[in-house]
Write a protein that binds this ligand. Structure first.
Ligand code: ATP
Length: 251
């Protein structure tokens, strides 16, 4: 489904990604790990066209993403969540989710060359979709509540709902369990596993929580200083001396 080939990104003197390559098959859940500053978020930013790579390519179902305008990405069925929640505090939970829906619909219409008024005709359908996703993520009870003031674990689920409302096929999760307590991490892992099947998702997840990554992902890619230092099943990567050294060296 996704092929990252020889991806390189430089910021002045810093090489954030240095010739990184890996593939992701449809239906897989891949964990992207590595110490702080390893280049994980930069990689997500290349996949979503926030950054232009200096070299390399990202091919999604045969399309080179690096040649597309950023607004076309959501229209292709790629959605992401953010490390620091990108929610609008004063908007209700439902409206925060609908922002995601409009973003996807708008991107789809733009890439299809259609005029925006068509989006309005979809309004009722989008609201029904939003309510279904909110229900699924156990958020129906807070749908009308402003995002501000809700517990952090709830906000993390709102962020997930907002990504799901676009009905993505490839979901990019940036530190989804960061800041959650042990019980919330376990609950999130269960929800994600179920949702992955129900929505037929392919997932790439950036996460520092090793228990979560090792327990939920099919395969792990480890970056360090912008380079891929390991790739394989969780149990193999966990024992890899280069991975252990990368983490201990920065502890
Ligand atoms: P963390 O786990 O701390 O979120 P990360 O693996 O996601 O780290 P990145 O945020 O991708 O790492 O950063 C990789 C390197 O690129 C770091 O040295 C960072 O300072 C640098 N970097 C990232 N974005 C920019 C930017 N917009 N301008 C300059 N340097 C940047």
């Amino acid at each position: 489904m996704l092929e990252v080939h020889d991806l390189t990104v430089r910021f002045g003197g810093i090489t954030a990604l240095d010739g990184v390559g890996f593939g992701v098959a449809g239906g897989e859940m891949v964990g992207l790990i590595g110490p702080n500053g390893a280049g994980k978020t930069t990689l997500f930013n290349c996949l979503t066209r926030r950054y232009d790579p200096d070299a390399g390519s990202v091919t999604y179902e045969g399309t080179d993403l690096t040649t597309l305008p950023p607004h076309a990405i959501a229209g292709l069925g790629i959605a992401r969540t953010f490390q620091n929640l990108g929610l609008f505090p004063r908007l209700s939970v439902r409206d925060n989710v609908l922002v995601g829906a409009h973003h996807r619909a708008r991107a789809g219409f733009l890439s299809a060359g259609l005029r925006l008024p068509g989006v309005r005709r979809e309004e009722r359908e989008l609201r029904a979709d939003a309510d279904a996703v909110l229900e699924r993520l156990d958020l129906a009870g807070v749908a009308g509540h402003p995002a501000t003031g809700l517990p952090f674990g709830t906000l993390k689920r709102v962020e997930l709902a907002r990504a799901l409302i676009g009905r993505p096929r490839l979901l990019l999760l940036d530190e989804p369990v960061n800041g959650l307590n042990a019980a919330e991490v376990e609950e999130f892992a269960g929800t994600l596993g179920a949702i992955r099947d129900e929505y037929d998702l392919t997932v790439i997840v950036v996460e520092h929580h090793m228990g979560f990554v090792m327990g939920t992902c099919d395969r792990i890619v480890c970056l360090d200083f912008g380079r891929k230092i390991a790739e394989g099943p969780p149990e193999q990567v966990q024992r890899d001396p280069a991975v252990i050294e990368a983490y201990l060296g920065t502890a």
